[in-house]
Design a protein around this ligand. Structure first.
Ligand SMILES: Cc1ncc(COP(=O)(O)O)c(C=O)c1O
Length: 397
């Protein structure tokens, strides 16, 4: 692991990790870097004015905001005009669904492995433009993965839009977005990817992925509650601006932001980018460490006949991220979590995590409280995951 990114150094950058709580609900939201917290405090203390002003403090705020946008765009390998920052991925996809125009009467393809954020906006689009919706599924024989092979039978010339997740927030499996993008583009459709569960674990490079639209949320990537949507310059030809008629409509921000980019959060993004730099080196260290965390938990879960691991049982860093969900025969998911909370300081969750279609229609989860999910990131230690295994041993039948 590169010296610049040892895990113990990484941990010391997060004030919350100095407290007596083991954070294993990181797929819900990560802890924030101390440098992010400080930067927000500084911004709000000294430069909290409305943007666009020409007086002294105003110019400082303008510059900080512009630097936040520049850093975010560079981080994902996009140009400044190709990104918009907003309150959540849900909100940004919804804005896009109001603004996007594809031929009325055409077909769109949505996956069943999604957080509802990457479904509802496109159902809205379908009803607005009278589109046909086709559902893209995967099953146990595909390893519960979305692939070019299981997409191909659904494609035809009237398909104009395809949406799927980069990583399922329940299964943790990584989809080959680049290969899927090539196939989607072969029929001339636009491709939209939910990168929320991918971005905390791997480098985001929208040009390398070859996607038209891509979104993720910085509050799961060690930052404040703000999200990013990318739309390529060519895909923006299909976007009708939602802004006031007298405002510019050149950049994606002009078209979709609707004044929704919280200034103090935007200007803190350079702190996250600096922490994750250089991304190639940092994310290779992160991926290697996370695979060790997955291996510890999966070895225990796989060893028990009464536990079903949802998704890949393999800890390989090319296959999954350390977001691991399971069900226990004879014990409800809620009971497992509550029993663990009674005897430990481990924070993890149960539920469908808004991927309800996946749980109901693909996995066929029967527990009314759905699944148990423990989700780690690079600042979790091997010792913490071993501790989780010990807690589970105590609370399971
Ligand atoms: C995979 C995935 N997509 C989308 C979202 C929604 O993100 P946001 O809260 O920024 O709308 C989440 C949130 O948990 C998620 O896990």
């Amino acid at each position: 692991m590169p010296e610049a990114f040892s895990i113990s150094t990484a941990r010391s950058r997060f004030p919350a990790l100095q407290h007596d709580q083991v954070f294993l609900d990181n797929a819900g939201g990560s802890q924030a870097l101390g440098s992010v917290i400080d930067s927000i405090t500084q911004y709000l203390s000294k430069t909290n004015v409305q943007l666009g002003a020409s007086y002294h403090t105003g110019t400082i705020s303008n510059t900080k905001y512009a630097q936040g946008y520049e850093a975010a765009a560079k981080y994902v390998n996009a140009s400044r005009g190709e990104i918009v920052l907003g309150s959540s991925t849900t909100q940004l996809f919804m804005n896009l669904s109001y603004a996007l125009n594809i031929p009325s009467g055409s077909t769109i393809i949505l996956s069943k492995l999604e957080h509802e954020t990457n479904v509802k906006p496109w159902l809205h689009l379908a009803s607005r433009l009278n589109l046909t919706v086709k559902w893209w599924e995967s099953n146990a024989s595909d390893g519960l993965k979305l692939t070019p092979q299981n997409l191909k039978p659904l494609l035809s010339d009237d398909v104009k839009f395809v949406a799927c997740t980069h990583v399922s927030n329940i299964l943790g499996s990584i989809h080959d977005i680049k290969a899927i993008a090539e196939l989607v583009h072969s029929v001339g459709a636009l491709f939209c990817v939910d990168g929320v569960s991918y971005a905390p674990h791997r480098q985001v490079d929208v040009k390398e992925f070859g996607v038209d639209f891509y979104a993720f949320s910085w509050y799961k990537v060690y930052g404040p509650h703000i999200s990013l949507l990318y739309a390529s310059t060519s895909a923006q030809e299909h976007i009708k601006p939602l802004n006031h008629y007298f405002n510019p409509s050149k950049t994606l921000e002009d078209k979709l932001a609707l004044a929704g980019s919280g200034y103090e959060a935007v200007q803190a993004i350079p702190e996250i980018v600096s922490y994750l730099s250089p991304p190639g080196e940092v994310f290779s260290a992160i991926a290697a460490h996370e695979a060790k965390l997955s291996a510890i938990l999966l070895e225990f879960l796989n060893s028990r006949d009464d536990i079903t691991v949802w998704g890949s049982k393999d800890s390989d860093q090319g296959v999954r991220v350390p977001t691991i969900s399971f069900s226990v025969k004879g014990k409800g998911s809620k009971e497992v979590v509550e029993a663990a909370e009674k005897i430990s300081n481990f924070g993890f969750r149960y539920g469908h995590f808004y991927s309800k279609r996946l749980c109901d229609e693909v996995l066929g989860v029967t527990d009314p409280q759905y699944v148990v999910r423990a989700s780690a990131v690079h600042y979790n230690t091997e010792q913490e995951i071993r501790g989780l295994v010990e807690v589970l041993k105590k609370v399971l039948p």
